[in-house]
Design a protein around this ligand. Sequence first.
Ligand SMILES: Cc1cc2nc3c(=O)[nH]c(=O)nc-3n(C[C@H](O)[C@H](O)[C@H](O)COP(=O)(O)O)c2cc1C
Length: 163
Amino acid sequence: MHIIKKNNLLFMTKNLNIYVATMTGTALMVADEIEDFCKTEGINTNIIEMDVLEPKNLENLDSPILIVSSTYGQGDVPDGSKNFYNKLKSSNMNLEHIKYAVFGLGDMTYKDTFAYGGKKFDHLFLELKANRIGEPFYHDASDGSLPEEEAVNWFKEKVFKLI
Ligand SMILES: Cc1cc2nc3c(=O)[nH]c(=O)nc-3n(C[C@H](O)[C@H](O)[C@H](O)COP(=O)(O)O)c2cc1C
């Protein structure tokens, strides 16, 4: 929550960082749909692909994070996010000041590693003492549902009021 002053009036604004890890763009599409919903609610969003993130970007962050990550390889985070994930994992950072939620994308065909990308980010943020908002949602691409629809419904019901 930020307070801004305009025409001598004080306004409260909500901000949300959406951190995306994707290989073929589905997670980015999910982020775009959540951004569209946020716009209708007056929440400012900042979509960032994890490829360009460094752990230091989390140091003074004062607005919540929505992590949207798919899964590749054998239960790995997407290639472009590996640098951020590995650096953060070996960082010993304290993320007590951060609130976060996780929407993971996976496919139950890979049942032994289902949605491990999102699950790995969730475990890492918990390990570093960040505060989770709501329960993570893990989307199964094999069940025929649309990830962007499931994501917006989940976000509306479980996350939106808590950011
Ligand atoms: C080569 C390959 C490996 C995958 N490995 C896994 C996996 O281990 N676990 C899982 O749950 N999903 C796995 N998936 C499914 C993707 O995570 C899923 O299709 C997701 O929606 C892709 O999102 P993206 O377009 O944002 O990368 C894999 C998909 C591909 C093509």
